[in-house]
Design a protein around this ligand. Sequence first.
Ligand code: RIB
Length: 301
Amino acid sequence: MTKVLTLGSLNMDMVMTTKQMPTVGETILGETIDYFLGGKGANQAVAASRIGVPTKLIGKIGMDTFGEKIKQHLGNETIDLAGVICDDTVFTGVASIFKLPQDNAIVVLPGANSLLTAQELSAKDFQEGVLLTQLEIPIETVLQGLQLAKKNQMQTILNPAPYHRSVPTLLPWVDIITPNETEFADMVGKKIQTASELETEMLNWVREHQTQLIVTRGAEGVSYVEKHQLITVRAPKATVVDTTGAGDTFNGVLAAKLAQGMAFAEAVEWATTGASLAVEKLGAQTGMPSDTQIREKMKEK
Ligand code: RIB
């Protein structure tokens, strides 16, 4: 029986390494190009399945070369792919990822992801365990998924990425929301520049909402609120090669550990450690760790 159900996007990531971004009207020479599997839905499913938890992915790809490759590669993971629909009217989602020395810039062409409709979701998939979803598929589909999950008391995690103005309307069906700092700033409609501003905004947000909030903060780790206090789980030191998919690893491991019945605080520690391991390899899914790798890394703390 599925324990983590991931509802979301599948993309082919084209990763171009370049020293700088061109400005409008400019042509520059980059360094390398690599093709990796990506998409927040697929990435989070891979992260959860590597923990060893039965995981199912629901999403849509096109009937093209990228769609074929995605199915082939995901077939090597332990993920139930029966919910991945192939549509011959549209292209598979593509992400152009510019890997810059300081961070990444990503442009996503959603393609098939944008055609996954609420009507295509089947209630029988939303029976038990944890639903993990993000916002690279239509918001109505996300809403339907959350509502179906809540009908059967599934635990629900929303990774509000990329941010969408309808996020507040989803919250009644969301148990845990996991924005990064930029998405959290969007959620509160303010610029957040310092750690103390972040703390104030998080405490205010939690006071006004029932949903558990976790803000992922890159190298700083993650923060959440417990008993009116901000708790920050520091990220272990990592040799950063590529940050793409770090947030997805966090979400996938968190969902898997909660599905296994782990307590919230411990699951957050595992997920933070998992994300720090994932950044040590190029490609969103390449460095996603196994349960054993995370356990070993946690012993070093
Ligand atoms: O979160 C990283 C992912 O965002 C990439 O794999 C890319 O496909 C985009 O969806």
